[in-house]
Design a protein around this ligand. Structure first.
Ligand code: CO
Length: 289
């Protein structure tokens, strides 16, 4: 069955190969949850993924939870250490093989960017294939206005307690060429309505650190907490944000006379963010009743 699923996915582009219809649904209803992360080989990420797994099982008792990692590189790295993780395609094919009829797919993405839409295409392929009665993808962290408000609250609640109100908080988002990049500036706008010294920049999109630096200088900020706005405090947080490298955010802001305090914790390490993702699983599950 996995082979069939893979072949069907590969031929999705010329999709009429599915015109003959689904594979039939004769078994009893079997609902499952597939959690999808980019993946990480960081030990701290493992701890937060276990926390997410536990919270998901507590919120939706009795529903089996599976995991998939989208990153090929991370999966290869983990495989060499003897830890086997599936891609979303393989995980869904296995669930189909295990006669799941309804699958809620939930990503730990922050915005609906390129990776999220890649996953949407994968889920769409399984929809067309017809092996499940329903397979639905939940929203990323920030999608609706309600999500934005919850994300604002989560961001504020995860600021270190010793921060004074005239210290800045600079969140480092990933950023993307995808149109969804606009969510980062939208988040900064909504954060600043609550706390004018919180800023949101990105590594690979807009706003860039230079714009954030100019805003900090204009406000005469002397001290800034640098916090990753990514699920895992991985390479970007360690190198592009917190390192002593010439072009790190810490170096750039320190040169501008701002004392920097990097916080190496990803959003998946805070329950306030995790709760938003876990709640989003209720979206697809609500369509299964
Ligand atoms: Co990157």
């Amino acid at each position: 069955m996995i082979g069939i699923a893979l072949v069907c996915v590969l031929f999705l582009a010329s999709a009429n190969c599915f015109a003959s219809g689904g594979h039939g649904h004769k078994g009893p209803k079997k609902t499952g949850i597939l959690l999808v992360a980019f993946g990480s080989s960081e030990a701290s990420a493992q701890v937060s993924f276990e926390n997410i797994d536990k919270k998901t099982k507590a919120a939706y008792p009795g529903i089996p939870v599976r995991w998939a990692y989208t990153s090929h590189i991370i999966r290869e790295k983990l495989a060499k250490q003897g830890q086997h993780l599936d891609s979303p395609v393989v995980a869904l094919a296995k669930m189909m093989d295990e006669k799941f009829t309804h699958v809620a797919v939930q990503t730990l993405h922050t915005i609906g960017g390129s990776e999220y839409h890649d996953l949407r295409r994968t889920v769409g392929a399984f929809k067309i294939m017809g092996g499940f009665e329903k397979v639905i993808l939940g929203y990323p962290l920030m999608a609706t206005q309600e999500d934005m408000e919850k994300t604002v609250a989560a961001a504020i609640s995860s600021i270190p307690k010793d921060r004074k109100m005239d210290d800045a908080v600079v969140l480092m988002g990933h950023g993307t060429h995808h149109p969804s990049n606009a969510f980062y500036a939208a988040l900064m706008f909504q954060l600043q309505l609550k706390d004018p010294n919180i800023f949101v920049g990105t590594v690979e999109g807009y706003p860039e650190i230079d714009s954030i630096k100019a805003m900090l200088i204009e406000k005469k900020i002397k001290k800034a907490y640098l916090i990753p706005f990514m699920s895992v405090a991985g390479d970007h947080a360690k190198n592009d944000m917190a390192s002593d490298e010439e072009d790190s955010w810490k170096t750039i802001l320190t040169k501008a006379g701002i004392q920097c305090i990097p916080v190496l914790k990803g959003t998946a390490e805070f329950d306030a963010y995790v709760d938003i993702w876990v709640e989003h699983i209720g979206g697809p599950l609500g369509h299964f009743e």
